[in-house]
Ligand binder design. Structure first.
Ligand code: HEM
Length: 156
């Protein structure tokens, strides 16, 4: 049950960040100012409303699942989670809110693009770290073999 909730949260959160990231890139490159504003609005609502509980659930169930586990994979996942959380709370969350407000009034100025750049960087970092957590999680549940990636030691 806990593992199912963890998996569900992990997939939802990762898909959210991947969608926000690619939709942002797409409209920044090809969209009108109005489409950019629409995407920025959707990222805040309902986007954040889905992402925040999903990431909280992933972290909470993850730490609970990992409480009695030892090993390199679980330790690496534990270390990545605070970075993912800090990136989310300190960069992605405020950036999404400010970008939405600025786009709503057509304020596409230097600060918009600086914050937009920071948001894309933080998004890419979180996607990478979450991808690594998915890989290591699947190794721990045996869904993917640790040997295929060259790891020959005890992994659990
Ligand atoms: C955004 C962060 C995270 C993502 C994307 C993620 C992803 C995953 C995935 C995909 C699985 C495999 C589930 C399955 O095959 O059913 C998994 C398993 C697992 N995760 Fe995470 N995880 C995250 C954070 C954490 C954290 C912070 C911990 C704490 C150490 C953790 C501990 C575990 C454990 C122990 C398992 C194995 C559960 C079992 O063998 O039953 N995860 N994770």
């Amino acid at each position: 049950m806990k593992t199912t909730l963890h998996l569900l949260g992990a997939i939802t959160a990762t898909l959210c960040i991947a969608t926000f990231f690619s939709a942002t890139l797409f409209v920044e490159l090809f969209g009108s100012p109005e489409t950019i504003a629409t995407v920025k609005k959707l990222i805040v609502m309902p986007g954040l409303l889905i992402l925040i509980p999903a990431i909280a659930m992933t972290g909470a169930t993850g730490f609970s699942l990992g409480k009695n586990r030892k090993g390199r994979l679980v330790e690496a996942k534990k270390k990545r989670m605070p970075i993912i959380g800090a990136n989310g709370v300190l960069v992605l969350l405020p950036a999404a809110i400010f970008l939405d407000q600025w786009a709503a009034v057509g304020a596409y100025d230097l600060k918009f693009y600086v914050v937009q750049g920071l948001e894309l960087i933080a998004g890419a970092v979180n996607l990478t770290l979450m991808g690594m957590n998915i890989r290591d999680g699947l190794k721990m549940t045996g869904e993917i073999s640790p040997h295929k990636s060259g790891i020959r030691h005890e992994w659990r």
